[in-house]
Design a protein around this ligand. Sequence first.
Ligand SMILES: [Zn+2]
Length: 157
Amino acid sequence: MPELGDKLDIYCRYCRKNLNGVVSALQDGKIAKVRCRTCGHFQVYKPQKDMKKAKQRAMKRLMNSYNKKHVTEENQEKDLALNQDAAIWQLWDQETETANIRNTKVYDIHRTYKVNDFISDKALGLGKVMEINDNLMKVLFRDGIEDIEHARPKDDD
Ligand SMILES: [Zn+2]
């Protein structure tokens, strides 16, 4: 029987990744809620996803679009976009391999981050800071690289 505080494997909907979690709520002896040990977000328990299968599906989609007989310009553009998506996902997966609760910070526009920091954003998921130019940083998320602001003085609100 699971107990509060038990460690378990979860799929984190915020990090969008298979990670380690902790049981944070039980209902009728079953795990109701967990807390992600990478980003710290509480959420409904979801077992780990077969990421290999998800990736295979993405690759299959890619191949299918390549195999279409009539390649229109529009399709070519779609292929390119799919290809980039797969490459970004691969890169993100590698780059966030070492993210954990001790080195991942919840994103806050007023905080100051540095290159290689892991950040967790409710909408964008788990990301890694790749580049910083003053108060703008380039962050690698699963869906691509985003420019986001940081170190905004609190008075400017
Ligand atoms: Zn998480």
